[in-house]
Design a protein around this ligand. Structure first.
Ligand code: 16G
Ligand code: ZN
Length: 541
C-alpha cells in the first residue's frame, strides 16, 4: 500500500506539524493562525482527494475563523453540493492533521485511498476552489493549501481570493450542481440581486412608504466590501455600511457573535442610531442578526436574533404557500422548521402556533442542514444567526409549473415569490448577505418596521455561561443536547434545579469550538434565568 511517487509528491520540507492536537470540530479546524500552516497544507491534500473521490467534482476550501479573534484562523472543506464536508471524512481529517511526520502522513493517505477506492494513479483530475476571509494570515495559508493540493498529481487549486464563506460554498455548488463550470462571484451577485429585485417588484400596493434606513455592522470583515457591491448593484441608497474594516479590528467588539452573545450595540453605534433598523454580520458573513438600540439604555439593544429571522421567513413562506395551495391539492409541500436547544422557547411556541412542524438537532450547521433536507421546504436557523431555507427539487419543479400554468394572477405571483426566494437564499449554507436581502424584502412586502417584526413574540429571558473544564469530553449529551447522559447524576440535579423556576429550561453541552462546557438557561424573569444558569454552572464545575 505504498503510493507510487507519481501520485503524491511532496515538495519537501513539508510544514512541520504543530504539537497541539487539533480536531475538525463543528466548523473545521480553528486555532491560532501561527500553528496552522501544516494543518492547512494537509487539508489541501484531503480536499484534492475528496475531489478525486467525487469523480472530479469541484471541492471548496475556505480559510476563515469566522467570528474568532483576528489572530486565529481556520480551514474547512465544502463538498460538491456546497455543503459541509461529509461527516464520514472527519475522522480522516483529524488523523491527517495530527499525523506526526510525513512518512506516517503518506501511509495514512495510502491506506485511506485504498479503503475509499480513490483513484490515485493520476488518471483523473481534481479541482479545489480556495477562498479566504480578510485575516492577514489568510494569504500564506492559502499558499500552504495550494502546495498541499499540488502534491496530489493531477490536482489543481484555483484561488478566488477574498470572499465570504457562503460565497465560496455557493460557487462550489453552482459549478457542480447547476452545471456552471465557470461560476464566479459575479454570478453570485447577479443572482442575488436579480431575485431580490424580483421580490421587490412583486410587492402589492407599492405606493406604501418605505421602511426607512438600515445600518449594517460588518464586523470589520469581508462582509463590508461585498455588501458595498450589492448596494451599488441595487442602487440601494437606504443602507449605510459600517465597520467594514478600514479602521477597526476584525470581530473586536463588533459583529453578530458579539452583539448576540453580549446583547450590546457594536462599536461605532450609539445614541444617534436610536430608532434605526440595524443589522450585524459576523467576520465571514455567514451569520446575521438585527437589533435596535434602546434609548438611554447604556448601549443595550433589543436583539432580533436568528430565531426571529426564522420566524419571519416561516411566516412569509407559509403565507405564500397558502395562496398557492389548499387541502384539495394532491401535492402538499412539506414544510419543516429546524432549531437547536438554543432556540428561545418563545420562538418554538410561536412556530408551533403557526402550525409548523418543528424539529431539534444538536448545535452545528451540518446537523441542521441535513435535517432541513428532509422537507420540501426546510427552514433552519441557529439563534446565533446562522441559517437558510432549502427547497427540494420536487417542490421547485412543481413551482416552475405553477408559475407558468396558474390562471390567477395572485397565485402566479405567490409562485414567483417563492421561486425568487429559492434563488435569493443560499442553498449551500447560511449566508448573511442573502439573508439580509430576504429580511429586507419581506419587511418591505409586509410594510413592517423592525419593532413590528420583533413583536411576533417576546423572548423569554435567557442566560448563557461557559465553564472552563479540564476535559469537556467528559460531558456527553443526548436528545439534541437537551439531556446529559454522562457524568451520571448531573441530569437529575439539573432537572431538580430547573423545576423550581416557572417556565424554566436549562441544558449543558460541551462546546465544539472551545475548551469549555456551555450552560444555557431560560425562565420567566431575567433574575431567575441568571440564577438557574449560575447554579447549574456550579454542578459542572
Ligand atoms: C460553529 C458552528 C455553528 C455553531 C457553533 C457552536 C458551523 C459553520 N458553525 O460556529 O453552527 O453554532 O460552532 O459553537 O457549523 P460551540 O460548539 O462552541 O458552542
Ligand atoms: Zn461565521
Amino acid at each position: 500500500t505504498t503510493i507510487t511517487p507519481c501520485s503524491i509528491r511532496f515538495s519537501f520540507p513539508t510544514p512541520t506539524r504543530s504539537r497541539i492536537k487539533l480536531s475538525y470540530g463543528t466548523a473545521g479546524f480553528r486555532a491560532d493562525a501561527s500553528i496552522l500552516q501544516s494543518t492547512v497544507f494537509r487539508i489541501g491534500i484531503l480536499a484534492a482527494l475528496r475531489s478525486l473521490k467525487t469523480g472530479g467534482a469541484v471541492i471548496g476550501l475556505m480559510i476563515t475563523a469566522s467570528h474568532n479573534k483576528v489572530s486565529d484562523n481556520g480551514v474547512k472543506v465544502a463538498d460538491p453540493a456546497g455543503e459541509m464536508l461529509t461527516q464520514d471524512w472527519e475522522p480522516f481529517a483529524d488523523s491527517v492533521a495530527n499525523a506526526p511526520d510525513p512518512e506516517s502522513l503518506i501511509q495514512l493517505i495510502a491506506d485511506f485511498a485504498k479503503k475509499e477506492d480513490i483513484p490515485l494513479n493520476g488518471s483523473k483530475g481534481a479541482t479545489v476552489l480556495l477562498g479566504r476571509d480578510t485575516r492577514p494570515s489568510g494569504e500564506s495559508l492559502v499558499e500552504a493549501a495550494k502546495q498541499g493540493i499540488c502534491s496530489v498529481i493531477g490536482a489543481v487549486g484555483i484561488d478566488i481570493g477574498v470572499v465570504t464563506t457562503p460565497q465560496l460554498h455557493w460557487i462550489v455548488r453552482a459549478r457542480n450542481k447547476d452545471s456552471k463550470p465557470s461560476a464566479s462571484e459575479l454570478d453570485y451577485f447577479d443572482q442575488v440581486s436579480t431575485s431580490f429585485r424580483c421580490l421587490i417588484d412583486l410587492i402589492p400596493n407599492k405606493s406604501q412608504h418605505g421602511i426607512g434606513k438600515l445600518i449594517v455592522d460588518c464586523a470589520n470583515g469581508v462582509g463590508g466590501e461585498k455588501l458595498q457591491v450589492l448596494k451599488q448593484k441595487l442602487n440601494w441608497s437606504d443602507v449605510e455600511i459600517r465597520n467594514s474594516g478600514e479602521q477597526g479590528v476584525l470581530n473586536e467588539q463588533v459583529g453578530a457573535d458579539y452583539v448576540q452573545k453580549d446583547k450590546v450595540a457594536p462599536q461605532g453605534f450609539g445614541p444617534p442610531d436610536v430608532g434605526v433598523r440595524c443589522a450585524s454580520l459576523d467576520g465571514d458573513a455567514d451569520r446575521l442578526v438585527y437589533f435596535t438600540i434602546i434609548p438611554n439604555g447604556n448601549n443595550r439593544i433589543n436583539l432580533v436574533d436568528g430565531d426571529k429571522i426564522l420566524s419571519l421567513f416561516a411566516l412569509f413562506i407559509k403565507d405564500q404557500l397558502s395562496i398557492l395551495t389548499d387541502y384539495t391539492n394532491e401535492y402538499q409541500p412539506r414544510v419543516g422548521v429546524v432549531q437547536t436547544a438554543y432556540a428561545n422557547g418563545a420562538s418554538t411556541k410561536y412556530l408551533n402556533q403557526l402550525g409548523l412542524h418543528v424539529i431539534f438537532t444538536p448545535t452545528g450547521v451540518k446537523y441542521l442542514h441535513e435535517k432541513a433536507h428532509e422537507f420540501d421546504i426546510g427552514i433552519y436557523f441557529e439563534a446565533n444567526g446562522h441559517g437558510t431555507i432549502l427547497f427540494s427539487n420536487r417542490f421547485l419543479r412543481w413551482l416552475e409549473d405553477k408559475k407558468s400554468t396558474e390562471k390567477s394572477l395572485e397565485k402566479q405571483n405567490a409562485a414567483m415569490r417563492l421561486w425568487a426566494v429559492s434563488k435569493l437564499i443560499n442553498q449551500a449554507v447560511g449566508d448573511a448577505l442573502s439573508g439580509l436581502l430576504l429580511v429586507e424584502a419581506i419587511l418591505q412586502h409586509m410594510g413592517w418596521s423592525v419593532e413590528k417584526w420583533n413583536e411576533l413574540y417576546h423572548d423569554l429571558p435567557s442566560r448563557q455561561l461557559k465553564v472552563k473544564v479540564a476535559d469537556r469530553t467528559a460531558v456527553v449529551t443526548t436528545n439534541a443536547e437537551t439531556i446529559v447522559e454522562k457524568p451520571p447524576g448531573i441530569q437529575e440535579a439539573i432537572t431538580a434545579l430547573t423545576v423550581k423556576y416557572p417556565q424554566g429550561r436549562c441544558f449543558v453541552r460541551p462546546s465544539g469550538t472551545e475548551d469549555v462546557v456551555r450552560v444555557y438557561a431560560e425562565a420567566r424573569t431575567q433574575e431567575a434565568a441568571d440564577e438557574l444558569a449560575t447554579s447549574v454552572a456550579k454542578l459542572v464545575d
